[in-house]
Design a protein around this ligand. Structure first.
Ligand SMILES: *Cc1c(COP(=O)(O)O)cnc(C)c1O
Length: 372
């Protein structure tokens, strides 16, 4: 699905000495590399504060802790996402409220959010699934009208732009009150281990969060709030600092590969290629996900694996049907789209090193299977 080795071979000459440097300096935790990467990412995203942390799941959890959400507060998020999003809501004893997504862009459905709001609702967590921003203008309007926080799960869309109706562009993850991302190796900006970060333009929230990631300390050995230990280590920061200047070109390579996939499937009626909202740089294709109409998805997946083509089903089970998150409050009629998507979606290899020959082999194998 990804070719991390191919990408590494092209930046080896920068990454290796950067890692070596960290080792020589022994500043493994909170070293200068972490600060350097933080500043570079703030500039890149045009956001006031980046707070690096240990992984994307922590980033979401810490964002919610920073906002002071309390047990029993309801948090609305998408039914069709990676479990980390809902996991941290539940861990903090907040009440997850899963809602349906759009059939075209797979992102949280705005009408479903409106329907789910109660007097206990405190926050909305839109997930920018597969690399494309949710309808943030509408989400922010709802949040404003109901006095809710918006926490963007930007684990899959770092570097993507969001274009407002008036044409103004911003980096995804910097629109809500707080954004969270992951630097898991296969993400669009991945390190060589675990890593994550929180973004915000709010000075007070940034200050609160900087304490939370460090055991609730704002002054050494003074623990003002209950915190966690969540740090980006210096070796990962060195990798990320070396890779960040390439992020736009990495994302452009993904977009170019997606365009080639699209072209190959253009005349195949049983394949729906991914919908893009807005401009070409609004979808950075963390995943390239097809919807199959009248095709046995699992048989195709098996066939692709036999032909040496990796593929993935993101995600095979809606969160509201997972044992950990099932709840009698949920009604299947409210999850028509997710229930359908889990049967139809398939994600193809997507990374920065995909070449024409690979794309041609993948697409022709799929089309041959479908045409029998
Ligand atoms: C990867 C991912 C996360 C979690 O990130 P980790 O760094 O693996 O903890 C959260 N949300 C979404 C949507 C993700 O894809």
């Amino acid at each position: 699905m990804v070719d991390l080795k191919g990408q590494y071979s092209q930046i080896k000459d920068v990454v290796n000495p950067a890692i070596q440097d960290v080792i020589e300096n022994t500043a493994f935790i909170n070293g200068p590399k972490v600060h350097e990467f933080q500043k570079n990412l703030e500039n890149y995203l045009d956001v006031k504060h980046v707070i690096p942390c240990a992984n994307g799941t922590d980033a979401l959890q810490i964002a919610m802790m920073g906002l002071g959400l309390k047990p029993g507060d309801e948090v609305i998020t998408a039914d069709f996402t990676f479990a980390a999003t809902v996991e941290v809501i539940a861990l903090l004893q907040l009440t997850p409220v899963l809602v349906d997504v759009n059939p075209d862009d797979f992102n949280i459905n705005v009408e479903a959010i409106k329907k789910a709001i109660t007097t206990k609702t405190k926050a909305i967590v839109p997930v920018h699934l597969f690399g494309q921003c949710a309808n943030m203008e509408a989400v922010m309007d709802i949040a404003k009208a109901h006095n809710l926080y918006v926490i963007e799960d930007n684990a899959q869309a770092i570097g993507a732009n969001y274009t407002y109706a008036n044409g103004e562009k911003v980096k995804v993850g910097t629109i809500g009150h707080v954004g969270a991302t992951s630097f898991f190796p296969s993400k669009n900006l991945g390190c060589y281990g675990d890593g994550g970060a929180i973004f915000t333009n709010d000075d007070d929230l940034a200050h609160t969060i900087r304490g939370i990631v460090n055991h609730g300390m704002y002054e050494r050995y003074h623990h003002d709030v209950v915190g966690v230990n969540s740090r980006l280590d210096s070796i990962q920061a060195a990798v990320l600092a070396a890779k960040l200047p390439h992020l736009d070109s990495y994302n452009n390579k993904r977009i170019a590969a997606a365009n080639k996939y699209d072209a190959a499937f253009k005349n195949v009626p049983s394949i729906e290629t991914p919908v893009r909202n807005g401009d070409v740089d609004n979808h950075v294709f963390h995943q390239y996900t097809l919807k199959l109409k009248g095709v046995d998805r699992d048989a195709l997946a098996k066939h692709l694996n036999e032909k040496g083509i990796p593929c993935g089903v993101y995600y095979p089970i809606p969160l509201h049907q997972q044992k950990a998150y099932a709840d009698e409050r949920y009604n299947e009629a409210d999850f028509v789209v997710t229930n359908q998507l889990v049967k139809e979606v398939i994600s193809l290899p997507m990374h920065t090193e995909l070449d024409n020959e690979q794309i041609e082999y993948i697409t022709s194998t799929i089309i041959k299977f479908i045409n029998g």
